[in-house]
Design a protein around this ligand. Structure first.
Ligand SMILES: Nc1ncnc2c1ncn2[C@@H]1O[C@H](COP(=O)(O)OP(=O)(O)O)[C@@H](O)[C@H]1O
Ligand SMILES: [Mg+2]
Length: 237
């Protein structure tokens, strides 16, 4: 039985008097890749922001590696080993690729002695070629790769990705997902939120369906891919 790395219990969260998430419970085991899928506005970004401490839950609890993290500030949560790759990447546009990567390791400079940058450049050779370029000069696909690499730069135990496919042409989405496959095969624990249901369900182990701030369905991705609600509403089959 694999260790439960992330546990979310009966979570409610939202924005100043605007409730978004309601009674959301799920878990991610060590080494697993879990997808939370749902339409635009379902609350996927709100969920990741609440786990990373950018939003405070209105009720419920979040545990990471057995320790309660709900109520902790974002820098504490990131230091515990959770990296959040935000929607759209949110790079530092006027910093170079290298400087963006170094910012990813900011809370934990010791990690740079472990060869993490070489590993990331091996995983994303384009970033190595462009390491001196400003982030704003990168293409959309390269920006998303840099956002993921920056998230990895701290050697997180859990990588959370907010719609890595957003705004990218299908061929680039395939490239991004190919890299995520490598990370997954190396044993990284990944929590992915996506609207691109086809991609998410083809790669992840298990999935949860979030609609209107509630989890309405859950299961192994192979099972979800066969589910008639998913096929009709998400896969267009
Ligand atoms: N900063 C905000 N203030 C108030 N409401 C917000 C804010 N951000 C998002 N929302 C609302 O929260 C709901 C969920 O949004 P979000 O978590 O971004 O969904 P998703 O990522 O699944 O598209 C939406 O109804 C959205 O309008
Ligand atoms: Mg979102």
């Amino acid at each position: 039985m694999l260790n439960e790395l992330l546990r979310v219990e009966q979570l409610a969260s939202g924005y100043h008097r605007v409730p978004v998430l309601n009674d959301v419970s799920f878990h991610v085991r060590e080494g697993e890749m879990v997808a939370v899928i749902g339409p635009n506005g379902a609350g996927k970004t709100t969920l990741l922001k609440t786990i990373s401490g950018l939003l405070q839950p209105t009720s419920g609890r979040i545990f990471f590696n057995g320790q309660e993290i709900s109520g902790q500030p974002p820098h504490t949560i990131s230091r515990l080993g959770i990296a959040h790759v935000p929607e759209g990447g949110r790079l530092f546009p006027n910093m170079s690729v290298m400087e963006n990567l170094l910012m990813g390791a900011y809370g934990n400079r010791e990690v740079l002695k472990t060869g993490i940058l070489d590993e990331l450049f091996e995983l994303f050779p384009r970033l190595k070629e462009r390491r001196h370029q400003l982030a704003r000069t990168l293409s959309g696909g390269e920006r998303q790769m840099l956002a993921i690499a920056r998230g990895m730069a701290s050697r997180p135990r859990l990588l959370m990705l907010d719609e890595p496919s957003l705004g990218l042409a299908p061929v680039l989405v395939d490239t991004i997902y190919d890299r995520l496959r490598v990370l997954r095969e190396r044993g990284l624990t990944i929590l992915l939120v996506e609207q691109s249901v086809h991609h998410a369900l083809s790669l992840a182990d298990r999935g949860y369906v979030l609609e209107n701030g509630r989890i309405v369905l859950e299961g192994a991705c192979a099972e979800l891919s066969r589910n008639s609600h998913i096929r009709q509403h998400y896969l267009g089959l």
